[in-house]
Write a protein that binds this ligand. Structure first.
Ligand code: PMV
Length: 314
């Protein structure tokens, strides 16, 4: 039997991607920068089968995103019928980037199981066919995804030990989000008058973020990451009908981060297409940040992670 297992970690964007290239659905319209995490892991096993089957955390499911990925991957890379069994140690589809780690692990496992022998660029493309941000989980440390790059679209900016930041996730609602990123992005692109400014601003934020990471300049990174995140949520809110991913606990957690900043702590927030707040901080203050977020009203639980590595084959 042909079989392989791979693991990958989610990544959290410091400069976000919200909008696809109209001519290539696997490429974003803007560049982005992320940090790959440790602790949170998706592990996926693929094997050949008489028909496609998907098991998520032990339960057989029909997953539209995976079905779409299979159709694309079959056309481009000639995948046979496969059975996929995937497990994550964190809630899926709630803004914790489970699709990024999921499709990165799936691409690596499929490449291994079926001897596709893809080079890094093609492997990233296979991951991006499921979720554009999965391309960034193909590497560890600090990663950039630049659709206009003359070199690799996905590249590592720095390995994990360049800057041992911590990230505390404040989980405010572990249930699945109602509007997927793909349909939310399409809505923003077609209905928000902020969309063109978002594209221009994100290009500038991208360059600023890369400089702040190179210098390990926390105040500069904090400013750019919070600003870029808030611009993405302003874009979401200005879509018609509005996209609101926040819960009361989201705002309360943002306020907690603001109070800790006033006390002089190196911490900033970022939020994706879900209600969870991710607080990046220096390692010295990670325990205080976690304690304060844990007792913030509306926060269900917290998870404390570091910067992690790229995918591994078992
Ligand atoms: O790649 P997707 O479809 O999971 O979209 C990711 C979108 C955000 O998480 C909101 C931003 C980002 O760059 O990760």
């Amino acid at each position: 039997m042909t079989e392989a297992t791979a693991s990958a970690h989610p990544n959290i964007a410091l400069v976000k991607y919200w909008g696809k290239n109209p001519d290539d659905q696997w490429l974003p319209i803007t560049p982005s920068v992320s940090a790959t995490l440790d602790t949170l892991t998706t592990t996926t096993t693929v094997r050949d089968a008489s028909e496609d089957r998907v098991t998520l955390d032990g339960v057989e499911v029909h997953d539209a995103k995976i079905a779409h990925w299979l159709a694309q991957a079959r056309t481009k890379f000639g995948l046979p019928s496969i059975a996929i069994a995937t497990e994550s140690n964190f809630p899926a589809s709630s803004g914790l980037a489970s699709s990024a780690s999921g499709f990165a692990a799936l691409a690596v496992a499929a490449n291994e199981a079926f001897g596709l022998d893809l080079d890094f660029s093609a492997l990233c493309e296979l991951a991006r066919m499921g979720s554009v941000s999965a391309g960034r989980s193909m590497l560890g440390g600090f990663v950039r995804l630049d659709p206009a790059s003359n070199e690799q679209v996905v590249a590592q900016l720095h390995p994990r030990d360049h800057w041992p930041l911590r990230m505390v996730v404040a989980v405010t609602d572990p249930t699945q989000k109602r509007i997927s990123s793909t349909s939310g992005m399409a809505r923003s692109a077609s209905t928000s008058s902020y969309y063109s400014s978002w594209i221009v601003d994100t290009g500038k934020d991208y360059r600023e973020c890369i400089a702040a990471l190179a210098d390990r300049d926390f105040p500069r990174l904090s400013k750019i990451a919070e600003s870029n995140c808030c611009k993405m949520h302003a874009l979401m809110l200005s879509s018609k009908p509005p996209l609101l991913y926040w819960k009361p606990g989201t705002l309360a957690a943002m306020e907690t981060v603001g109070k800790l900043q006033e006390d002089g702590l190196d911490v900033f927030f970022t939020i994706d297409a879900g209600p969870q707040v991710k607080a990046f901080c220096s390692p010295e203050v990670a325990d205080i940040v976690q304690e304060e977020l844990q007792v913030t009203p509306g926060v269900d639980h917290t998870i404390n992670c570091g910067i992690g590595d790229g995918p591994s084959v078992h």
